[in-house]
Design a protein around this ligand. Sequence first.
Ligand SMILES: [Zn+2]
Length: 432
Amino acid sequence: MFWDKVKETMPREELEALQSARLREVALRAARSPFYKNRFAEAGVEPGDVRGLEDLRRLPFTTKQDLRDWFPYGLVAADMKDVVRLHASSGTTGKSTAVFYSRADIDNWADMVARCMAMTGADSSDVFQNMTGYGMFTGGLGMHFGAERLGMLTIPMGAGNTKWQMANMKMYGTTVIHITPSYALHLCEEFAAEGIDPKRDLKLRIALVGAEPYSEGTRRKLEDFLGASVFNSYGLSEMNGPGVAFECVEKNGMHLWEDHYILEIVDPKTLEPVAEGERGEIVMTTLTREAMPIIRYRVRDLTSVLPGACPCGRTHRRIDRITGRSDDMLIIKGVNVFPSQIEDALMSMSEVGGGWQIELTRVEGADHIAVNVEVADSFFRGDIKELNRLRKSIQGAIKNETLVTPEVKLVEPNTLPRSVGKAVRVIDKRQI
Ligand SMILES: [Zn+2]
Protein backbone atom coordinates (compact mmCIF):
# COMPACT_ATOMS: atom_id res chain seq x y z
CA MET A 1 0.00 0.00 0.00
CA PHE A 2 1.29 3.44 -0.92
CA TRP A 3 1.00 6.66 1.02
CA ASP A 4 2.46 8.84 -1.73
CA LYS A 5 2.69 6.65 -4.84
CA VAL A 6 4.08 9.36 -7.14
CA LYS A 7 7.09 10.05 -4.92
CA GLU A 8 7.60 6.45 -3.79
CA THR A 9 7.75 5.10 -7.35
CA MET A 10 9.47 8.07 -9.03
CA PRO A 11 11.77 6.87 -11.87
CA ARG A 12 15.46 6.93 -10.83
CA GLU A 13 16.45 9.69 -13.29
CA GLU A 14 13.73 11.98 -11.97
CA LEU A 15 14.64 11.13 -8.39
CA GLU A 16 18.30 11.97 -9.03
CA ALA A 17 17.37 15.23 -10.79
CA LEU A 18 15.28 16.14 -7.74
CA GLN A 19 18.22 15.29 -5.46
CA SER A 20 20.51 17.52 -7.51
CA ALA A 21 18.12 20.46 -7.32
CA ARG A 22 17.63 19.99 -3.60
CA LEU A 23 21.37 19.60 -2.94
CA ARG A 24 21.99 23.01 -4.55
CA GLU A 25 19.40 24.54 -2.20
CA VAL A 26 20.60 22.72 0.90
CA ALA A 27 24.24 23.76 0.38
CA LEU A 28 23.16 27.39 0.29
CA ARG A 29 20.87 26.99 3.27
CA ALA A 30 23.47 25.15 5.37
CA ALA A 31 25.96 27.98 4.78
CA ARG A 32 23.71 30.24 6.87
CA SER A 33 24.68 28.28 10.01
CA PRO A 34 27.83 29.27 11.90
CA PHE A 35 29.19 25.73 11.69
CA TYR A 36 28.88 25.28 7.90
CA LYS A 37 29.96 28.83 7.16
CA ASN A 38 33.15 27.92 8.94
CA ARG A 39 33.47 24.35 7.63
CA PHE A 40 32.86 25.33 3.97
CA ALA A 41 35.47 28.08 4.25
CA GLU A 42 38.00 25.61 5.74
CA ALA A 43 37.31 23.15 2.91
CA GLY A 44 37.50 25.88 0.27
CA VAL A 45 33.92 25.20 -0.84
CA GLU A 46 31.78 28.00 -2.25
CA PRO A 47 28.20 26.72 -1.65
CA GLY A 48 26.93 28.66 -4.67
CA ASP A 49 29.22 26.53 -6.87
CA VAL A 50 27.44 23.28 -6.03
CA ARG A 51 25.67 22.30 -9.27
CA GLY A 52 24.20 18.98 -8.20
CA LEU A 53 24.99 15.40 -7.21
CA GLU A 54 28.20 15.47 -9.27
CA ASP A 55 29.62 17.91 -6.69
CA LEU A 56 28.53 16.00 -3.60
CA ARG A 57 31.97 14.57 -2.90
CA ARG A 58 33.54 18.01 -2.90
CA LEU A 59 31.52 18.77 0.25
CA PRO A 60 33.11 18.07 3.64
CA PHE A 61 31.89 15.38 6.05
CA THR A 62 30.08 16.15 9.30
CA THR A 63 30.60 14.04 12.43
CA LYS A 64 28.90 13.57 15.78
CA GLN A 65 31.85 15.37 17.33
CA ASP A 66 31.00 18.44 15.20
CA LEU A 67 27.47 18.37 16.61
CA ARG A 68 28.92 18.21 20.12
CA ASP A 69 31.50 20.92 19.50
CA TRP A 70 28.89 23.33 18.08
CA PHE A 71 26.20 22.42 20.61
CA PRO A 72 23.57 23.76 20.97
CA TYR A 73 22.80 26.22 18.14
CA GLY A 74 25.85 26.08 15.87
CA LEU A 75 24.18 24.09 13.08
CA VAL A 76 20.89 26.00 13.08
CA ALA A 77 20.41 27.54 9.64
CA ALA A 78 16.95 29.09 10.12
CA ASP A 79 15.69 32.11 12.01
CA MET A 80 14.99 31.00 15.58
CA LYS A 81 11.43 32.35 15.21
CA ASP A 82 10.84 29.59 12.61
CA VAL A 83 12.20 26.78 14.81
CA VAL A 84 9.43 24.93 16.64
CA ARG A 85 10.97 21.88 18.31
CA LEU A 86 14.17 20.25 19.50
CA HIS A 87 15.11 16.68 20.35
CA ALA A 88 18.34 15.92 22.16
CA SER A 89 20.45 12.97 23.22
CA SER A 90 20.63 12.30 26.92
CA GLY A 91 24.29 13.26 26.92
CA THR A 92 25.29 10.55 29.36
CA THR A 93 28.54 10.03 27.47
CA GLY A 94 30.29 13.28 26.75
CA LYS A 95 28.44 16.34 25.63
CA SER A 96 24.89 16.32 24.42
CA THR A 97 23.75 16.76 20.81
CA ALA A 98 20.53 18.52 19.80
CA VAL A 99 18.49 18.52 16.59
CA PHE A 100 16.11 21.34 15.63
CA TYR A 101 12.96 21.32 13.50
CA SER A 102 10.90 23.91 11.67
CA ARG A 103 7.17 23.43 11.10
CA ALA A 104 7.90 22.09 7.59
CA ASP A 105 10.51 19.69 9.03
CA ILE A 106 7.94 18.22 11.43
CA ASP A 107 5.47 17.98 8.55
CA ASN A 108 7.93 16.18 6.24
CA TRP A 109 8.93 13.86 9.05
CA ALA A 110 5.31 12.86 9.76
CA ASP A 111 4.86 12.24 6.06
CA MET A 112 7.90 9.95 5.85
CA VAL A 113 6.75 7.96 8.88
CA ALA A 114 3.25 7.65 7.38
CA ARG A 115 4.83 6.31 4.17
CA CYS A 116 6.77 3.75 6.21
CA MET A 117 3.73 2.59 8.13
CA ALA A 118 1.55 2.33 5.02
CA MET A 119 4.33 0.33 3.39
CA THR A 120 3.96 -2.40 6.05
CA GLY A 121 0.22 -2.67 5.40
CA ALA A 122 -0.99 -0.49 8.29
CA ASP A 123 -3.94 1.82 7.53
CA SER A 124 -6.44 4.17 9.14
CA SER A 125 -8.52 1.30 10.53
CA ASP A 126 -5.63 0.15 12.75
CA VAL A 127 -5.15 0.74 16.49
CA PHE A 128 -1.54 1.78 17.09
CA GLN A 129 0.18 1.48 20.46
CA ASN A 130 3.47 3.34 20.57
CA MET A 131 5.70 1.59 23.11
CA THR A 132 8.85 3.69 22.72
CA GLY A 133 9.82 6.62 24.92
CA TYR A 134 8.22 10.02 24.44
CA GLY A 135 10.03 13.22 25.29
CA MET A 136 13.53 14.00 24.12
CA PHE A 137 13.91 10.60 22.42
CA THR A 138 12.60 10.83 18.83
CA GLY A 139 10.98 7.37 18.82
CA GLY A 140 7.90 8.54 20.66
CA LEU A 141 6.78 11.77 18.99
CA GLY A 142 8.26 10.80 15.61
CA MET A 143 6.15 7.66 15.28
CA HIS A 144 3.19 9.36 16.95
CA PHE A 145 2.87 12.14 14.39
CA GLY A 146 3.28 9.67 11.51
CA ALA A 147 0.62 7.32 12.91
CA GLU A 148 -1.86 10.18 13.27
CA ARG A 149 -0.99 11.38 9.76
CA LEU A 150 -1.88 7.91 8.48
CA GLY A 151 -5.09 8.11 10.48
CA MET A 152 -4.54 5.28 12.96
CA LEU A 153 -6.10 5.44 16.41
CA THR A 154 -2.93 6.23 18.34
CA ILE A 155 -2.23 5.20 21.95
CA PRO A 156 0.74 7.25 23.28
CA MET A 157 1.96 4.75 25.90
CA GLY A 158 5.70 5.29 25.78
CA ALA A 159 8.07 2.61 27.10
CA GLY A 160 7.69 0.65 30.32
CA ASN A 161 4.58 -0.02 32.44
CA THR A 162 4.49 -3.50 30.97
CA LYS A 163 1.33 -4.66 32.78
CA TRP A 164 -0.55 -1.58 31.61
CA GLN A 165 0.79 -2.07 28.07
CA MET A 166 -0.56 -5.61 28.05
CA ALA A 167 -3.93 -4.54 29.45
CA ASN A 168 -4.28 -1.81 26.82
CA MET A 169 -3.44 -4.20 24.02
CA LYS A 170 -6.35 -6.36 25.16
CA MET A 171 -8.82 -3.58 26.01
CA TYR A 172 -8.41 -1.49 22.87
CA GLY A 173 -7.68 -4.33 20.48
CA THR A 174 -4.24 -3.00 19.49
CA THR A 175 -3.30 -4.17 15.99
CA VAL A 176 0.02 -2.35 15.43
CA ILE A 177 2.86 -1.67 17.90
CA HIS A 178 6.15 0.19 17.73
CA ILE A 179 8.77 -1.18 20.10
CA THR A 180 12.51 -1.73 20.56
CA PRO A 181 13.71 -5.34 20.08
CA SER A 182 15.00 -5.65 23.65
CA TYR A 183 11.70 -4.45 25.09
CA ALA A 184 9.78 -6.70 22.68
CA LEU A 185 11.69 -9.76 23.97
CA HIS A 186 10.92 -8.67 27.51
CA LEU A 187 7.23 -8.21 26.65
CA CYS A 188 7.10 -11.76 25.28
CA GLU A 189 8.47 -13.09 28.57
CA GLU A 190 5.86 -11.10 30.51
CA PHE A 191 3.07 -12.45 28.30
CA ALA A 192 4.31 -15.98 28.92
CA ALA A 193 4.50 -15.36 32.67
CA GLU A 194 0.90 -14.04 32.70
CA GLY A 195 -0.36 -16.98 30.65
CA ILE A 196 -1.28 -14.71 27.73
CA ASP A 197 -0.95 -16.21 24.27
CA PRO A 198 -0.86 -13.23 21.89
CA LYS A 199 -2.04 -15.39 18.98
CA ARG A 200 -5.15 -16.36 20.91
CA ASP A 201 -5.78 -13.36 23.13
CA LEU A 202 -4.74 -10.30 21.08
CA LYS A 203 -5.47 -8.74 17.69
CA LEU A 204 -1.88 -7.77 17.02
CA ARG A 205 -0.92 -8.08 13.34
CA ILE A 206 2.05 -5.74 12.78
CA ALA A 207 5.08 -4.97 14.99
CA LEU A 208 7.36 -2.13 13.90
CA VAL A 209 10.65 -2.93 15.60
CA GLY A 210 13.61 -0.57 15.62
CA ALA A 211 15.84 1.94 17.45
CA GLU A 212 18.51 -0.71 18.04
CA PRO A 213 19.88 -3.34 15.68
CA TYR A 214 18.60 -6.92 15.91
CA SER A 215 19.12 -10.14 14.04
CA GLU A 216 16.93 -12.21 11.75
CA GLY A 217 16.80 -14.77 14.58
CA THR A 218 15.26 -12.19 16.93
CA ARG A 219 12.68 -11.34 14.25
CA ARG A 220 11.69 -15.00 13.90
CA LYS A 221 11.45 -15.41 17.65
CA LEU A 222 9.17 -12.37 17.96
CA GLU A 223 7.01 -13.36 14.99
CA ASP A 224 6.55 -16.91 16.31
CA PHE A 225 5.50 -15.74 19.73
CA LEU A 226 3.47 -12.65 18.88
CA GLY A 227 1.81 -14.07 15.77
CA ALA A 228 2.43 -10.69 14.13
CA SER A 229 4.51 -9.61 11.16
CA VAL A 230 7.70 -7.90 12.37
CA PHE A 231 9.12 -5.05 10.27
CA ASN A 232 12.60 -3.68 10.57
CA SER A 233 12.82 0.10 10.80
CA TYR A 234 15.70 2.52 10.67
CA GLY A 235 16.21 6.07 11.79
CA LEU A 236 18.40 8.32 13.89
CA SER A 237 17.77 11.62 15.57
CA GLU A 238 20.39 13.48 13.49
CA MET A 239 18.25 12.60 10.43
CA ASN A 240 14.94 13.47 12.23
CA GLY A 241 14.40 10.17 14.05
CA PRO A 242 12.46 7.05 13.00
CA GLY A 243 11.13 6.85 9.45
CA VAL A 244 14.37 7.30 7.49
CA ALA A 245 14.12 3.76 6.06
CA PHE A 246 11.68 0.90 6.52
CA GLU A 247 10.91 -2.54 5.15
CA CYS A 248 8.05 -3.03 2.72
CA VAL A 249 6.03 -6.27 2.73
CA GLU A 250 8.77 -7.97 0.67
CA LYS A 251 11.08 -7.69 3.73
CA ASN A 252 14.14 -7.63 1.52
CA GLY A 253 15.91 -4.58 2.95
CA MET A 254 14.72 -1.13 3.98
CA HIS A 255 13.71 1.49 1.41
CA LEU A 256 15.48 4.75 2.30
CA TRP A 257 13.60 7.91 1.26
CA GLU A 258 15.94 9.39 -1.29
CA ASP A 259 13.81 12.44 -2.04
CA HIS A 260 14.64 13.58 1.52
CA TYR A 261 18.15 12.16 1.95
CA ILE A 262 21.22 11.43 -0.13
CA LEU A 263 22.63 8.04 0.80
CA GLU A 264 26.30 7.13 0.46
CA ILE A 265 28.05 3.99 1.69
CA VAL A 266 31.76 4.54 2.28
CA ASP A 267 34.72 2.54 3.45
CA PRO A 268 35.19 3.56 7.13
CA LYS A 269 38.96 3.81 6.71
CA THR A 270 39.42 5.50 3.32
CA LEU A 271 36.00 7.29 3.25
CA GLU A 272 35.80 6.37 -0.43
CA PRO A 273 32.50 4.95 -1.78
CA VAL A 274 32.27 1.15 -1.78
CA ALA A 275 30.89 -0.88 -4.71
CA GLU A 276 27.15 -1.59 -4.73
CA GLY A 277 26.36 -4.50 -2.44
CA GLU A 278 29.52 -4.04 -0.39
CA ARG A 279 29.34 -3.25 3.30
CA GLY A 280 30.46 0.12 4.60
CA GLU A 281 29.52 3.07 6.75
CA ILE A 282 26.34 5.06 6.03
CA VAL A 283 26.81 8.73 5.14
CA MET A 284 23.68 10.86 4.77
CA THR A 285 22.79 14.35 3.63
CA THR A 286 19.44 15.93 4.50
CA LEU A 287 17.78 17.40 1.41
CA THR A 288 14.66 19.08 2.76
CA ARG A 289 15.48 20.04 6.32
CA GLU A 290 15.15 23.75 7.00
CA ALA A 291 16.09 24.30 10.64
CA MET A 292 19.19 22.10 10.73
CA PRO A 293 20.48 20.82 7.40
CA ILE A 294 23.31 18.28 7.77
CA ILE A 295 25.74 17.56 4.96
CA ARG A 296 27.46 14.16 4.52
CA TYR A 297 26.90 13.00 8.07
CA ARG A 298 29.02 10.03 9.10
CA VAL A 299 26.38 7.90 10.80
CA ARG A 300 28.85 5.07 11.65
CA ASP A 301 26.18 2.39 11.19
CA LEU A 302 27.37 -0.38 8.92
CA THR A 303 25.25 -1.76 6.08
CA SER A 304 25.17 -2.26 2.31
CA VAL A 305 22.86 -1.19 -0.50
CA LEU A 306 20.96 -4.17 -1.88
CA PRO A 307 21.21 -4.40 -5.66
CA GLY A 308 18.24 -4.73 -8.01
CA ALA A 309 14.68 -3.43 -8.09
CA CYS A 310 12.12 -4.27 -5.40
CA PRO A 311 8.98 -6.10 -6.60
CA CYS A 312 6.84 -3.63 -4.61
CA GLY A 313 7.50 -0.96 -7.25
CA ARG A 314 9.26 1.55 -5.02
CA THR A 315 12.36 3.01 -6.65
CA HIS A 316 14.09 4.25 -3.50
CA ARG A 317 17.13 2.07 -2.83
CA ARG A 318 17.14 -0.52 -0.06
CA ILE A 319 19.71 -0.86 2.70
CA ASP A 320 20.39 -4.15 4.44
CA ARG A 321 19.76 -4.54 8.15
CA ILE A 322 22.32 -2.70 10.27
CA THR A 323 25.00 -5.17 11.34
CA GLY A 324 26.83 -2.93 13.77
CA ARG A 325 28.59 0.36 14.05
CA SER A 326 32.05 1.17 12.86
CA ASP A 327 32.68 2.41 16.39
CA ASP A 328 31.15 -0.54 18.31
CA MET A 329 33.17 -3.21 16.59
CA LEU A 330 35.01 -5.12 19.30
CA ILE A 331 38.54 -6.28 18.79
CA ILE A 332 38.98 -9.44 20.84
CA LYS A 333 42.36 -11.18 20.71
CA GLY A 334 42.96 -9.31 17.46
CA VAL A 335 39.74 -10.56 15.85
CA ASN A 336 37.01 -8.14 14.74
CA VAL A 337 33.74 -9.11 16.43
CA PHE A 338 30.36 -7.40 16.23
CA PRO A 339 27.83 -7.91 19.04
CA SER A 340 25.27 -8.64 16.29
CA GLN A 341 27.18 -11.81 15.39
CA ILE A 342 26.85 -13.08 18.95
CA GLU A 343 23.17 -12.17 18.93
CA ASP A 344 22.75 -14.13 15.70
CA ALA A 345 24.28 -17.21 17.28
CA LEU A 346 22.19 -16.93 20.46
CA MET A 347 18.82 -16.16 18.90
CA SER A 348 19.03 -19.17 16.60
CA MET A 349 18.70 -21.42 19.69
CA SER A 350 15.25 -21.96 21.19
CA GLU A 351 16.73 -22.83 24.61
CA VAL A 352 18.02 -19.26 24.95
CA GLY A 353 15.86 -16.56 26.57
CA GLY A 354 15.69 -12.84 25.80
CA GLY A 355 18.55 -11.52 27.94
CA TRP A 356 22.27 -11.72 27.17
CA GLN A 357 25.33 -9.63 27.83
CA ILE A 358 28.98 -9.63 26.76
CA GLU A 359 31.63 -8.94 29.36
CA LEU A 360 35.20 -8.19 28.28
CA THR A 361 38.10 -8.28 30.70
CA ARG A 362 41.83 -8.73 30.55
CA VAL A 363 43.24 -11.79 32.28
CA GLU A 364 47.02 -11.96 32.60
CA GLY A 365 47.40 -9.52 29.72
CA ALA A 366 45.11 -11.41 27.34
CA ASP A 367 41.57 -10.52 26.29
CA HIS A 368 38.89 -12.59 27.92
CA ILE A 369 35.31 -12.70 26.69
CA ALA A 370 32.44 -13.98 28.80
CA VAL A 371 28.89 -14.15 27.50
CA ASN A 372 26.12 -14.25 30.09
CA VAL A 373 23.07 -15.95 28.64
CA GLU A 374 19.62 -16.37 30.10
CA VAL A 375 18.05 -19.78 29.67
CA ALA A 376 14.53 -19.67 28.16
CA ASP A 377 11.73 -20.00 30.68
CA SER A 378 10.17 -22.81 28.67
CA PHE A 379 13.39 -24.84 28.84
CA PHE A 380 14.54 -24.18 32.39
CA ARG A 381 13.92 -26.99 34.89
CA GLY A 382 15.35 -25.40 38.01
CA ASP A 383 19.03 -26.34 38.01
CA ILE A 384 21.45 -24.34 35.91
CA LYS A 385 24.31 -26.78 36.64
CA GLU A 386 22.57 -29.54 34.68
CA LEU A 387 22.78 -27.54 31.49
CA ASN A 388 26.39 -28.23 30.58
CA ARG A 389 25.51 -29.52 27.14
CA LEU A 390 23.61 -26.33 26.32
CA ARG A 391 26.54 -24.26 27.56
CA LYS A 392 28.87 -26.14 25.23
CA SER A 393 26.62 -25.79 22.21
CA ILE A 394 26.25 -22.03 22.77
CA GLN A 395 30.01 -21.78 22.99
CA GLY A 396 30.34 -23.68 19.70
CA ALA A 397 27.71 -21.54 17.98
CA ILE A 398 29.46 -18.30 18.99
CA LYS A 399 32.83 -19.67 17.91
CA ASN A 400 31.40 -20.62 14.51
CA GLU A 401 30.05 -17.12 14.05
CA THR A 402 33.00 -15.07 15.38
CA LEU A 403 36.10 -17.34 15.46
CA VAL A 404 36.49 -16.44 19.14
CA THR A 405 35.80 -18.96 21.91
CA PRO A 406 33.98 -17.29 24.78
CA GLU A 407 33.41 -18.40 28.32
CA VAL A 408 29.63 -18.99 28.47
CA LYS A 409 27.82 -18.41 31.76
CA LEU A 410 24.22 -19.57 31.89
CA VAL A 411 21.89 -17.71 34.20
CA GLU A 412 18.28 -18.30 35.26
CA PRO A 413 15.45 -16.80 33.18
CA ASN A 414 14.77 -13.06 33.65
CA THR A 415 17.76 -12.37 35.90
CA LEU A 416 19.89 -10.09 33.71
CA PRO A 417 19.18 -6.34 34.01
CA ARG A 418 16.32 -5.20 31.79
CA SER A 419 16.07 -1.90 30.03
CA VAL A 420 13.05 -0.22 28.48
CA GLY A 421 15.26 1.95 26.30
CA LYS A 422 18.36 0.78 24.51
CA ALA A 423 19.81 -2.41 25.95
CA VAL A 424 23.41 -2.41 27.20
CA ARG A 425 24.80 -5.53 25.56
CA VAL A 426 28.52 -4.98 26.03
CA ILE A 427 30.45 -4.26 29.19
CA ASP A 428 34.07 -3.61 28.32
CA LYS A 429 36.24 -3.54 31.43
CA ARG A 430 39.53 -3.87 29.58
CA GLN A 431 40.64 -0.25 29.92
CA ILE A 432 40.30 -0.25 33.68
ZN1 LIG B 1 9.82 -2.78 -1.64
